[in-house]
Design a protein around this ligand. Sequence first.
Ligand code: HEM
Length: 394
Amino acid sequence: MNSKYLTNFERVNELTAELTKVLDEVLAKDSQEIEQFDEIGVYQWLRDRLFTASTRALFGDELLKMYPAYCEDFFAFDSDLLSFFFSLPSFMMGDAFRRRRRIIDELERWSKKMHELSGGTPIDPEGPAWEPIFGSRLNRARQLDYKTRHLTPRTGATLDLGLTFGLASNVIPATGWMLMHLLNPSADPSILPRIMQELHEAETPDGSLDIPVLVSQPLLQSLWTETLRLYLDALVTRNLTEDLLLPLDEDGKRIVRLRKGENVFAPSWLGHHDPVAWSSPGKSAAKEFDAERFVVRDAKTGRESFSVGGTAGKYFPFGGGKTVCPGRIFAKQEALGALAMVLLRFDFEVLGFVDEKQKPAEAFPGLARAFVGSAVVVPGGDVRVKIRRKQMCR
Ligand code: HEM
């Protein structure tokens, strides 16, 4: 199903088209209202808008109408998520258990209502690219699959929560980090104008975005890749189906024997932050954000291109092999599309930083407290901005 509806380019383009359409509506509403706010946290602002656009594109129009608090509940669930793996009793994390139950209750209520509205069976995924009740082809195919497998509506609801996790928990904070770094007053001042230049090159005469051009721009790709390098903390996990001899060095002198049935974890954090792997002349140290880390300049022509050459085995934000993330193509389109729409529509005046408790802070936000393996770590704070719509905006 993923290869048919999530990794197939034509289908991804449909999803992105729906997402950018909804985000355009949401931002158009903001264009009318935003200037009455003196100051807002840019991450919080972006997070809520991107959650609305991506859930509507995937799940249809009704979900957020029936459950307007889904965004708030989801991100609180997202930060509780790994606590559930420690099997703590419910009295020690009562809010987290209650919240998870509420989300699943609401998703179940939504799914039953949507089945009723569609006459018992979701509209054929091979029909329209999107329809308001169940949304995308992918969601309709999943809902039909739940039926074929005789899953209860409650089990379906838990899988829908899982898909929301795939959809929102990485892309949204990653987009937030990109935007915050571009606005950071201490960043290299040449970066934002060059990014704007690349965004303008991807604009079509009618003001929409040419997504294939957008996602091929060298500096934008480098910005996205660097964000996932620095902020993603994924534990890529495998359960061994047979014994494995794993060489630990190039000449195979040191070998570790792993036994069938054991779990093996590949933490992205180690490879992504390895000071040796990421120490190239002219690039910042591994622990620093360098928007241009993956840009290569041709010495003769000065032409820039994007390259992840030499990072094999050190950089694997989407895992690998048979279970490599099926959402990776959509994720990049979603993140760069949203970044482009926001930067092309609004100007941002940075007023300062706040910490995790929203108290004024001296420095650019660091990482929120999180367990190892929390995927893209959310910002432990925000950048306070005044937003104005651009004069040329439609
Ligand atoms: C920056 C964004 C994202 C990152 C960093 C990310 C990362 C990952 C990683 C590390 C895995 C495990 C891969 C493995 O075991 O080899 C995974 C699996 C998965 N992701 Fe993503 N993901 C992102 C966005 C998305 C999006 C947007 C969707 C869906 C719309 C999605 C859906 C999934 C699904 C369904 C799986 C499970 C695949 C399977 O087990 O067969 N992901 N993702």
